[in-house]
Design a protein around this ligand. Structure first.
Ligand code: GLP
Length: 260
């Protein structure tokens, strides 16, 4: 796991890396599709803005399939705060991509367990995730893998913690009772199987989670710590999010740019 600390261009750096990876993939054509896993959340808005800009400048998604990391259970797909709506509004409505290339968990499926098993299977059939982009929760969750999630967990139904429900209430008129209490999420095991992982973190509210990510021992209390053993994880953080990480740790884990 590596740390890339940057001023305020977390979204731009992440988008640039995705662009580079897609373009390299297209030039080598080792398999039919580049498999890109995508997050939602406030932090990712700037990532999608930059990706849409790159698309307008010529970046093609023709050879990309996407898998979103998570979705609420029981929220209608067309609800403005569903992750389906978020993705359409911030990304998919602005790029040329076939519906069949987009995968988002269906939180309204009649059989949620089957929905999760099929999702996991579909990822495998595409040859696994090439590049997974995630945000991070204040409690260190990745996707909706809340504290105490098993490090080898796969795609499944989860209950959200009160901390996450409170943090996400800002998207639901600050009314906690409107926030769904369950979600579908890819597992920490699914994330660990991705060839590369980028976690984006911005703002002071993420500082404690990043402190644990880099300064603490691996523990299910802070799900992000699973990534300490992932060989190609880059955490891209702005100054505020990286504020609690010690100078020594920054020297040990810090990179000024991505490794090629
Ligand atoms: C949400 C999502 C996560 C996201 C995180 C951070 O609960 N399920 O996938 O990474 O919270 O969100 P934000 O960027 O809005 O802080």
């Amino acid at each position: 796991m590596y740390l890339i600390e940057t001023e305020d261009n977390v979204g731009f750096l992440t988008a640039s890396y995705i662009k580079n990876r897609i373009e390299t993939f297209v030039s080598t054509k080792s398999k039919p599709y580049f498999v890109l896993a995508l997050p939602t959340g406030g932090t990712s808005v700037d990532l999608y803005r930059n990706l849409v800009k790159f698309h307008q400048e010529g970046l093609s998604f023709d050879k990309v399939v996407t898998f979103n990391l998570d979705e609420y259970v029981g929220l209608p797909e067309n609800h403005p705060e569903s992750y389906h709506s978020f993705m359409a509004k911030n990304f998919f409505d602005h790029i040329k991509i076939q519906k069949e290339q987009i995968n988002i968990l269906n939180g309204n499926a009649a059989d949620l367990y089957k929905e999760c098993a099929n999702y996991e299977e579909k990822i495998k059939n595409y040859g696994g995730i090439d590049l997974l982009i995630g945000g991070i929760g204040q409690n260190g969750h990745i996707a909706f893998n809340e504290p105490e999630s098993a490090f080898d967990s796969s795609t499944r139904v989860v209950n959200l913690t009160s901390n996450t429900i409170a943090a996400n209430a800002r998207f639901f008129n600050n009314d906690i009772s409107l926030v769904p209490t369950r979600a579908l999420t890819v597992g920490l095991g699914t994330i660990m199987n991705a060839k590369e992982v980028i976690i984006m973190a911005t703002g002071p509210k993420k500082a404690q989670a990043l402190y644990h990510a880099f300064e603490d021992k691996q523990s299910t209390a802070w799900p992000v710590t699973v990534l300490q053993k992932h060989p190609r994880t880059f955490i891209i953080a702005d100054k505020a999010a990286a504020a609690e990480i010690s100078k020594t740790t920054k020297q040990n884990y810090g990179l000024c740019s991505f490794i090629n």
